[in-house]
Design a protein around this ligand. Structure first.
Ligand code: SAM
Length: 261
């Protein structure tokens, strides 16, 4: 049942990723809670408040955001809430893009329970992050977010290049993703045991889909370290400040940010 990624081509990988997310779409949100013991909600809250969407200078200026691999809307809905409530700025627009129509369909359905004014601030776009469609112009966005998506991309440098292309100068690239716990061997041991035995089992019991959750665990394992991923962001042309990343929960997840010069 293990996917031997080293030997598959990019398009094969893309098809497998499509299969995984089509089969988990319905159970995705529930599974996130089980797998992370609810902690993914805290990471997402922290990610969004650190971006402070809607805080424009001067206040109330329009802000254009693209949430790539936005799936079921978790990040976009939080950004809308933050902009409207925290910054009293309804003047933002968020495009939720995802390569998978099943994940987008769940996001659309969920968006129907948002306030009407929020609903008019979002649109949905089926798109591959590695080759964004013409609707997203060069130098057109203030903020590009990708949360727990980028490790699934077949060609991460291509996606970073696209992010750089569509952002305005001064625009921000922000990524929330699983990362490495190398600095804390004890935590790492517990975490590895949890992810390699418990997560596939929970996937089997809760979603009757062991393979997809096995894939998710393996994709985390294969993703580069904080430093290596930061270097990829720099290679794509972004400027970073300090280390360029922030560890969450000892590095189980990390936030990377870059600014387009
Ligand atoms: N951003 C959401 C969150 O934080 O909960 C959803 C993350 S979900 C784990 C990963 C998403 O990445 C899936 O919806 C999948 O369809 C999408 N994805 C995978 N490869 C993609 C690609 N090449 N372009 C765009 N989206 C992609």
């Amino acid at each position: 049942t293990h996917f031997g990624y080293e030997t598959v081509t990019e398009s094969e990988k893309q098809q497998r990723v499509a299969g995984v997310f089509s089969s988990v779409a319905e159970s995705y949100d529930k599974m996130n809670d089980f797998m992370s013991l609810g902690v993914h909600r805290l990471w997402k809250d922290h990610f969004v408040s650190s971006l402070n969407p809607g805080a424009t200078t001067p206040l109330g200026q329009p802000q254009r955001i693209l949430d790539v691999a936005g799936g079921t809307g978790d990040i976009a809905f939080r950004m809308l809430q933050h902009s409207n409530v925290h910054n009293a700025n309804p003047n933002i627009h968020i495009t939720i893009s995802d390569i998978n129509p099943d994940m987008l369909a769940v996001g659309k359905q969920r968006s129907l329970s948002l306030p009407a004014s929020y609903q008019s601030s979002i649109s949905f776009l089926e798109a591959n992050a590695e080759l964004l469609p013409f609707q997203i112009n060069d130098n057109s966005l203030d903020l590009y977010t990708v949360s727990f998506g980028i490790r699934n991309f077949s060609n991460i440098p291509a996606a970073l290049k696209e992010a750089h292309r569509v952002l305005k100068p001064g625009g921000v690239f922000a990524c929330l993703e699983f990362s490495k716990v190398d600095k804390y061997p004890m935590l790492n041991a517990i975490y590895k045991r949890w992810s390699f035995s418990a997560i596939p089992l929970i996937g089997q019991l809760v979603a009757a889909d062991r393979d997809s959750y096995q894939y998710l665990v393996e994709s985390i394992e294969r993703f580069p370290s904080q430093e290596a991923f930061r270097d990829m962001i720099v290679d794509a042309g972004f400027a970073v400040s300090g280390d360029g990343f922030e560890d969450l929960t000892g590095g189980i997840a990390a936030i990377h940010k870059g600014i387009k010069p």
